[in-house]
Design a protein around this ligand. Structure first.
Ligand code: FES
Length: 318
């Protein structure tokens, strides 16, 4: 996984408990291109690595813009961003990756953000507007003061539907919002936000026959081991020549760390794609939220932070 050095150019209050972080390249350098919907890994003080979606215009090469919510259930990542980052500080980041791509050819796109889920949605809106495509943004937040990047959204001057729970007397009726936007069969629907919203979004889209529904998760949903997953299997790391067993009291993830395998773990929850590893032999038991069902079925790559194995032996390209 390629990394690069950047520096913190701007830290800005965006909303209640949300700051934006603008990263710039080192002098004389430019940043790798990215697609709307992409995210980067931020290597934080204390050795933590966390993924954050890019909110800026994907045609920009001079900056990356992130939005970070100070999460009360933080395992340290968002707290480190809020409390330890300083303007001028140098940071290491991973190159952008995208598991939430736009289908730019769609006749119409509906972009739904819940809270801090606005970050990739904003970049997607900027891209669709640059392309002159038909789209609208639905932004759901607890209150106006908790809604980030509102100035940027107003500046886009696009079709917007705002919903603030405190003013409306409760959460939005997602079913009604989605039902009202189902007219064209090739409309694409995108959602990013809290797990409960994304679960509802997927369920409602399936009920309404909205076939082109796409989500990006910030928090993992636990996927249980398959019934035919093995509790004991042997793992060979082909490139480094190491072999170990995974037993009922360990996991593949724990054993990879114990053997100091060269895997750039980030979320460690199967949602960021950082630990994607090529499978040379064997059948993984996929438990991630990143790969598509076709990619799961092909068994050519796996997310080794959460997944297991269905065969006696698993050979990885590590
Ligand atoms: S570390 Fe994020 S998917 Fe594995």
């Amino acid at each position: 996984m390629s990394t690069l050095k950047v520096w913190v150019h701007t830290l800005r209050h965006q909303a209640q408990d949300i700051i934006s972080v603008e990263l710039r390249p080192m002098p004389g350098e430019t940043l790798p291109a990215f697609e709307a919907g992409a995210h980067i890994d931020l290597h934080l003080p204390g050795g933590l690595v966390r993924s954050y979606s890019l909110a800026n215009d994907s045609s920009e090469h001079h900056r990356y813009l992130l939005g970070v919510l100070k999460d009360k259930t933080s395992r340290g990542g968002s707290r480190a961003v809020h409390e330890q980052l300083r303007v001028g500080m140098a940071l290491t980041i991973g190159a952008p990756r995208n598991h939430f791509p736009l289908h730019e050819e769609a006749t119409h796109s509906v972009l739904i953000a819940g809270g801090i889920g606005i970050t990739p949605i904003l970049s997607m809106a900027r891209r669709l507007q640059a392309l002159g495509r038909s789209f609208e943004v639905i932004y759901l937040a607890r209150s106006r003061s908790a809604a980030a990047f509102t100035e940027d959204l107003h500046a886009l001057n696009c079709a917007m539907h705002w919903h603030f729970d405190d003013e409306a007397g409760g959460p939005a009726d997602l079913h009604a919002l989605l039902q009202a936007r189902g007219g064209q069969s090739d409309t694409h629907f995108y959602a990013c936000g809290p797990a409960v919203m994304l679960d509802a979004f997927e369920k409602i889209c399936a009920e309404l026959g909205h076939d082109h529904a796409h989500i990006e998760r910030f928090a993992a949903v636990e996927i249980k081991a398959a019934t035919d997953a093995r509790s004991v299997f042997t793992v060979e790391l082909r490139r480094s020549g190491k072999t170990f067993d995974v037993t009922p009291d360990t996991t593949l993830h724990q054993q990879l760390i114990a053997t100091k395998a060269n895997v750039p773990f980030s979320c460690e929850e199967g949602i960021c794609g950082s630990c994607e590893t090529r499978v040379l032999e064997g059948t993984p038991d996929h438990r991630d939220m990143v790969l598509s069902s076709a990619e799961h079925a092909s068994n050519q790559v796996m997310m080794v932070c959460v997944s297991g194995c269905k065969s006696e032996r698993l050979v990885l390209d590590l």
